[in-house]
Design a protein around this ligand. Structure first.
Ligand SMILES: [Zn+2]
Length: 131
């Protein structure tokens, strides 16, 4: 009987330990949820400060320095976007020029100087074979 009592106490103890671990795990995940919420609040605080800066509200030095850094990066982004647009425009212009050349500039026969239709292997005027 003494043995059974002890066994029972042991089992009860194990059960408590399991419950403790579950409770700790539960509390830890609640702590993480609160920490995530704090991060979101800080993010909102940053957005709020940035909005104030943009509307010209005077701020303390530290906030101003951070906002100026954001503005500088935004200007960099803007410059890079303009570079991308310029590259795309150049490419399009190049393609248009190429197709205009392909359409417009007729090939001339090296022998008689006659105009040769696109894709022809022989000159239609003098019959010279073309490469
Ligand atoms: Zn010819």
């Amino acid at each position: 009987m003494d043995f059974l009592n002890r066994l029972g106490g042991f089992a009860k103890n194990m059960g408590n330990k399991t419950n403790d671990l579950l409770e700790i795990g539960r509390l830890n995940s609640r702590i993480h949820a609160e920490e995530d919420a704090i991060d979101q609040h800080k993010f909102d605080l940053g957005d709020y400060t940035w909005d104030k800066f943009q509307t010209g509200v005077a701020m303390d030095e530290r906030s101003t320095v951070i906002c100026l850094a954001i503005r500088e990066r935004e200007q960099k982004i803007q410059a890079m976007r303009e570079e991308i647009d310029a590259i795309k425009r150049d490419k399009q212009a190049g393609q248009k020029e190429q197709s205009a050349q392909a359409e417009g500039a007729a090939q001339l026969c090296p022998v008689c100087g006659g105009e040769i239709e696109a894709g022809c292997k022989f000159c239609g005027d003098c019959g010279t074979q073309l490469r």
